[in-house]
Design a protein around this ligand. Structure first.
Ligand SMILES: [Zn+2]
Ligand SMILES: [Zn+2]
Length: 246
């Protein structure tokens, strides 16, 4: 009975607003969720994957380089329709895209990390000045939607006490230096024995996720696994020297 009401509600909203592709926003027929172009062109990560960097085996160049996190999963590469959708999400104030991305991300978490029991979800936080400038943190909204689907609580443990330069155009070495020490956990946080699902929108070199994982582990976390909406094309992790633990 409930599904009949839901369908009726969807049909009425279709008559009033039309039905839109969940990634590009184009008008589509009732009952569909993607336009033809997105259906054929979504850059899904399929086939055999490297669960350490998240990429398909053919694009993985990580060589399992030492990182502080224990694995990465992502539904998409950051290209084509998904790149456009994430850009709209991050920079054009379209927070509702979080729900769409979270649906695909949740499926990937279930498939790739289905055997892991997560105690909570956390996300890459904004600094105070980023909070003042931006209406929302894309990673936080994504984490909130993922939490609703997976039934895992969000815990706001990570903090970003220091500002960093915007880094989407910088190289790996710069990125690592840029984020070193930028993140921390809230005072008196004890994560002993906890397993964390760490969420961000995009992974490029992994230096931000690595730094967040590093501080979570210093606070006692047993495992830190990353879930991101999209990976940039070639996953070449930083071949970093061991970062000294403070
Ligand atoms: Zn579309
Ligand atoms: Zn890999």
């Amino acid at each position: 009975m409930l599904w009949v009401l839901k369908m009726l509600n969807n049909f009425i909203s279709y008559l009033i607003f039309g039905n839109h592709c969940k990634y590009c926003g184009e008008l589509i027929n009732f009952g569909e969720s993607l336009c033809l172009r997105c259906k054929n062109d979504l850059p899904r990560i399929t086939g055999e994957k490297c669960l350490f960097c998240g990429a398909g085996k053919e694009r993985c160049r990580c060589k399992k380089a030492k990182m502080k996190y224990d694995g990465v999963c992502a539904p998409f590469y950051y290209e084509k329709t998904v790149e456009t959708a994430i850009r709209r999400y991050k920079f054009a104030d379209k927070p509702y895209i979080a729900k769409t991305l979270a649906e695909d991300l949740a499926e990937t978490v279930k498939n790739d990390f289905g055997q892991i029991k997560f105690d909570f979800i956390d996300y890459v936080p904004f600094s105070e000045s980023q909070k003042a400038k931006r209406e929302y943190n894309p990673a936080q909204n994504l984490a909130a939607e993922l939490s609703k689907i997976l039934g895992i609580p969000v815990c706001h443990v990570l903090v970003k006490p220091f500002e960093t330069q915007t880094q989407h155009t910088s190289g790996a070495l710069y990125r690592r230096g840029n984020v070193a020490g930028a993140y921390d956990v809230a005072s008196n946080t004890d994560l002993t024995g906890k397993t964390v699902l760490l969420v961000d929108d995009i992974k490029t070199t992994g230096s931000t996720l690595n730094e967040c994982a590093r501080v979570l582990k210093i606070a006692g976390a047993k495992g830190v696994y990353c879930a991101v909406a999209a990976l940039t094309a070639v996953q070449r992790e930083e071949h970093q020297k061991e970062t000294p633990e403070l």
